[in-house]
Design a protein around this ligand. Structure first.
Ligand code: ZN
Length: 162
């Protein structure tokens, strides 16, 4: 039997809940593939899946430090509405791609709009949240040499190259 370890291509289904028990996200009918040991998924989940086999169920509570990190006050910025295209209706929760001063692309999310000002954050929407995962391991196989070289899985649900 194949156990989850570095270099295995793993597929799992999951339900993710918050502290209040409400479902945040789930894999639905399509199992989620990833390459184990390559930080494709959050650290807390990767650690919890280590050594598991097909059919194993894993229930794990993951603190923000092992998930999407803590909110970063330095990532919050207030900008004037004129910084956005005039035809865009700015709403809380919207996400944009922006650029840092040195030209790196970053994702920002609107967390507040007051008058002519829009408050943005670079935090992941799940930053600061404790996550409760209920996981079923669906498939474990050896990754191909190509997948290992790329650091991600190929095929259904994985990366597609054009
Ligand atoms: Zn690839």
């Amino acid at each position: 039997m194949s156990l989850i370890a570095h270099g295995k291509a793993v597929s799992f289904s999951y339900v993710l809940k918050g502290d209040d028990g409400a479902v945040i996200d789930s894999s639905g009918n399509q199992a989620m593939p990833y390459l184990h040991g390559f930080s494709n998924i959050i650290p807390g989940l990767e650690a919890a899946l280590e050594g598991k086999a097909v059919g194993d169920r894993v229930e794990v509570t993951i603190p923000p430090e092992q998930a999407y990190g803590l909110p970063n006050p330095d990532g919050v910025q207030k900008v004037h509405r004129s910084q956005f295209p005039p035809d865009v209706d700015i709403e809380v929760g919207m996400q944009f791609q922006a650029q840092t001063a040195d030209g790196h692309p970053i994702h920002v999310r609107v967390i507040e709009t007051i008058g002519a000002y829009v408050t943005l954050t670079t935090d992941h929407p799940l930053a600061g949240k404790t996550l409760h995962f209920n996981v079923l391991v669906v498939d474990v196989r050896d990754a191909s040499a190509e997948e290992l070289a790329h650091g991600h899985v190929h095929g259904p649900g994985g990366h597609h190259h054009h």
